[in-house]
Design a protein around this ligand. Sequence first.
Ligand code: ZN
Ligand code: ZN
Length: 208
Amino acid sequence: MNTCTTCGHGLTGDRSLWTTCHACQDRIAACLTEIEQAWPHLSDCLEPSRGHTGPRVTRSTDWTPPAAEQVLDLIGPMGVPHRVYLRYADLAVARRLQPQTMPPGADARLSRAVRGIRRHLPWAAQAVDLTLTHRELRTVAEDLRRVTDGATTHRIPCPAELPDGTTCIGQLRYDDASRAARCRTCGTQLEPAQWLDYWVQLGQPTHA
Ligand SMILES: [Zn+2]
Ligand SMILES: [Zn+2]
């Protein structure tokens, strides 16, 4: 009996001569959906930086955004769109097709790559070993999730008033670990009860 090249399970019935089982094909499709949904949130994870466009903040904090570098890695030239595009190009080449050119814009590149993989996936599940495709897409999805999780939930505009009378342009995020909400831009921190009050006062905005 043939086995799935990705997970090693036996292939039966209609799929007995394929390379990939139903579950693995579904997992790859699910990674694509996850990547597609998480991608737009990535830029939200970049904090307005202090001293650039926003008001000067005199309040000091020893906190620095840990995710910025990680986010830039995912957005940058060798980031998510590039990685997904390479997987798409592999499948196109395996099918003896010329991959579509790589668009310069990150959004366009990612959507072309995701669309391309979706288009070739039903064929690829019959013809090629998708182990690498699956592993890479899963890694991309995990990288995205690590950065966007928490950033896409429990987030509201920071209420802090700055010394110059303007309101902070940052956002408050609730951190499940410390059970407090904190603004990465000005360093304001709300205790759970304050956070809840403010959250309710704002009419419990929907998740981003
Ligand atoms: Zn499998
Ligand atoms: Zn703030």
